[in-house]
Ligand binder design. Structure first.
Ligand code: F6R
Length: 251
């Protein structure tokens, strides 16, 4: 992958914003792959600013989020449905009907509701395909190298499917649930690594020393399911944007 070392999140955000703004100008119904978490926030803010300053028409832009918790109703403030609405749809002024989150059809149903859960992943992948595929997929990375909620050990060929969250990820995300791990859902639905790899351009953002090990493994380790992000080594157009701290373990 192409690796760009930037001064801070704001500079990374500007690079993403320029790339996506130019894409939308050339292709008004561009398909954006969206992530939650803290890493992409500055990028969304920068894009919202450019869209406003350059009066870019985003009314036809489509979006597909990476993942969602299973068992949270769509109205829950920490559902990714709400999070994507708050951080992307509203600030950019996108049409909410054109932005999809994998759990939308499940709306809080528990994993035990097998009939409803089965097929939701394949239907999501089919919807992405029907939209013509994702043009630019933004990604964060977990300290364990996960992308989406594809934890270490996930098949590199996987499609969108239901997964169990790793204990570490539930601990990391308890900060959004009153620091109470019992409130963090046990399961999720996530784009697979195979799904993510089909996007035409991947932009992975990582900041801070906590990500340094995962970034070194992603860029310079072997391609392995034990570091799901290492699949980016096989992608024809992957851009990894990091600050000095996240780059500090690169050789
Ligand atoms: C978010 C997602 C996750 C995060 C990752 C990093 O939709 O799929 O893979 O990107 O956990 O999270 P932050 O950016 O909060 O460090």
């Amino acid at each position: 992958p192409e690796i760009i070392i930037v001064k801070d999140e704001a500079e990374a955000g500007e690079l993403y914003a320029r790339c996506v703004a130019d894409l939308i100008k050339a292709k008004p119904d561009a398909v954006l792959g969206l992530a939650t978490g803290s890493s992409p926030l500055a990028a969304y803010q920068a894009l919202a600013k450019v869209v406003k300053e350059e009066a870019i028409d985003v009314s036809q832009v489509r979006g597909f989020a990476l993942d969602e918790y299973l068992g949270l109703p769509l109205t829950h403030p920490e559902s990714y449905h709400q999070t994507i609405h708050r951080t992307v749809v509203e600030p950019l002024g996108l049409d909410p009907d054109k932005v999809h989150v994998p759990g939308d059809v499940l709306d809080g149903c528990p994993i035990e509701d097998g009939a409803k859960v089965a097929g939701a992943g394949a239907a999501y992948d089919a919807a992405i395909e029907a939209a013509g595929g994702i043009d630019v997929q933004i990604l964060g990375i977990g300290t364990d190298g996960h992308i989406g909620f594809n934890e270490p050990g996930s098949s590199l060929a996987s499609g969108t499917r239901v997964k169990t969250l790793a204990e570490q990820t539930r601990i990391d995300n308890a900060r959004f649930f009153d620091n109470d791990i019992d409130q963090v859902p046990m399961h999720c639905i996530t784009q697979g690594i195979g799904t993510i790899m089909k996007a035409r351009h991947l932009v992975l953002l990582a900041f801070g020393s906590g990500k340094a090990e995962a970034i070194a493994e992603t860029c310079e380790g072997g391609v392995s399911a034990f570091c799901p992000a290492s699949a980016l080594q096989m992608h024809p157009h992957a851009t990894i944007i990091v600050d000095e701290a996240a780059a500090s373990r690169l050789r």
